[in-house]
Design a protein around this ligand. Structure first.
Ligand code: KIV
Length: 285
């Protein structure tokens, strides 16, 4: 089997130029990263959604840079080929441009990421420009931005009204002008996403629940496989119920241990008779 080539920015823009949709998923751990690499996923986001999917918080707000770096390192070890994006957690970029640069740099230096992502439009353009100036590819995130879900009225579609949609379209242009190589549009109406994609000159537009017209698609891995027990967003497609497979297996394990069906000889290790006899002799038995 030929080794997969490491994805580069020119390769991603080549896909855009050829009209080939880009594939993107979230990932937070080593084994999943390995499988995503095998499947040939183009872009992988170590999202701060890990606060909910992996750490059990109700929001992404408690996630720290330490959490993010630890998970990004594991993902990089499992997947050396996809274009790896580290998601800047809450308050790792909002306080100042300098804080933003330092934390963006940590994803690159400590976790081997290829890029970072941060949430926000015009108000974050100075952070984007400064990080890009340091040579760090930066992805923007507009529409439903979970770190400000409270201010946005919850996890709901953004930009259904013309005024709000205009702001999202303008923000996308501002982020592109600030140097963002890509923008994630989360839960934005399909026609707004189409307008932004058509207007993008040198920026990859990725849709999460924002329709088919973007340059690529993103799903939250846990939503795809029934691994987040609290809820399944309407926009997510379920490709398999791994949660059910795991729960069934766990119930079977409990039943088998309780009824002494587990373990069987193939599940343990023995020792030669003469060694056991010697052991008993040594123990004075
Ligand atoms: O943290 C994350 O996974 C994200 C997604 C919601 C795109 O930012």
């Amino acid at each position: 089997m030929t080794e997969r080539k490491r994805v580069t920015l020119p390769m991603l823009f080549q896909k855009v130029a050829e009209g080939v949709p880009i594939t993107m998923l979230t990932c937070y751990d080593y084994p999943t990263a390995y499988f995503q690499d095998q499947a040939g996923i183009d872009m992988v986001l170590v999202g701060d959604s890990l606060g909910m999917t992996m750490l059990g918080y109700d929001t992404t707000l408690p996630v720290t840079m330490e959490d993010m770096i630890r998970h990004a390192q594991a993902v990089r070890r499992g997947n050396p080929h996809s274009w790896l994006i580290g998601d800047m957690p809450y308050m790792s970029y909002q306080p100042s441009v300098e804080v933003a640069i330092r934390n963006a740099g940590r994803f690159m230096a400590e976790a081997g990421c290829d890029a970072i992502k941060l949430e926000g439009g015009a108000e974050m353009a100075d952070r984007v420009a400064a990080i890009v100036k340091c040579g760090i590819p930066t992805m923007g995130h507009l529409g439903l931005t979970p770190q400000s879900a409270g201010a946005l009225g919850g996890f709901r579609v953004q930009g259904r009204a013309a005024q709000q949609a205009k702001k999202i379209v303008e923000d996308a242009k501002i982020l592109e002008e600030a140097g963002a190589f890509a923008i994630l549009l989360e839960m934005v109406p399909d026609r707004v996403c189409q307008l932004i994609t058509q207007r993008a000159k040198n920026c990859i537009i990725i849709s999460l629940g924002s329709g088919p017209h973007a340059h690529g698609q993103l799903l939250i891995y846990h939503d795809m496989f029934g691994l987040y027990p609290k809820f399944k967003p309407r926009m997510a497609k379920v490709y398999g119920d791994a949660g059910k497979v795991i729960l069934d297996g766990l119930k079977q394990y409990v039943a088998e241990v309780t009824s002494r069906q587990f373990p069987q000889p193939e599940n343990w290790f023995g020792m030669p008779d003469e060694e056991y006899a010697e052991l008993l002799r040594l123990l004075g038995g």
